[in-house]
Design a binder for this molecule. Structure first.
Ligand code: HEC
Length: 151
């Protein structure tokens, strides 16, 4: 969905004035926004409790690469912080910088390490999807467990 929208916007950009672009983008994005869409202005789209494909990908990659430290559903563990809490404070840029570059808190009380994922293609490609998923969890828009995907 995001990809299609981006391609459409790029195309429109080259042939249309800014005014037309704004109108067309509103039409494109407006399609999914019904009364049941609780996330019209958010990076994720949840309709009747079901997530869009990108948010689902984020959930799956989170489970694959992040959950072993950050716990199920982003809820944290004794080793790594609760990301549903972290994302209340971190911007998307700060989130992405941390995942790409890693983070290390080494002192007498702690030797915890957040690994750098900058060379992990799967994660780099799905960074915004993982953010979408965790943001939905952080906003309370998505509950715990395996989400259902929209058709
Ligand atoms: C090997 C364990 C481990 C794995 C795997 C891991 N993390 Fe972390 N992560 C940590 C630790 C430990 C910290 C805290 C580091 C610190 O505070 O210095 C952290 C911190 C973070 C932070 C910063 C939180 C804050 O409040 O500042 C983000 C964001 C984050 N991790 C995202 C992810 C994502 C997304 C993945 C999967 C792609 C992931 N982590 C995988 C251990 C891990």
């Amino acid at each position: 969905m995001k990809d299609i929208r981006m391609k459409a916007s790029t195309l429109l950009c080259s042939i249309a004035t800014a005014g037309v672009l704004v109108t067309s983008t509103a039409l494109l994005t407006g399609q999914g926004a019904r009364a049941t869409d609780t996330s019209a202005d958010k990076p994720y789209h949840i309709v009747n409790g079901k997530v869009d494909m990108n948010t689902m990908k984020g959930y799956l990659y989170y489970g694959d690469q992040c959950m072993r430290c950050h716990g199920p559903d982003g809820m944290g563990s004794s080793y790594a912080p609760n990301l549903t809490q972290s994302l209340k404070a971190l911007s998307q840029e700060q989130f992405e910088n941390t995942v790409i570059n890693g983070k290390k808190e080494v002192n007498q009380a702690s030797d915890k390490v957040m690994p750098a994922f900058g060379t992990n293609e799967d994660i780099v490609e799905n960074l915004d999807n993982i953010y979408d998923y965790l943001k939905a969890r952080s906003d309370g828009a998505l509950g715990r467990g395996h989400p259902d995907q929209q058709n």
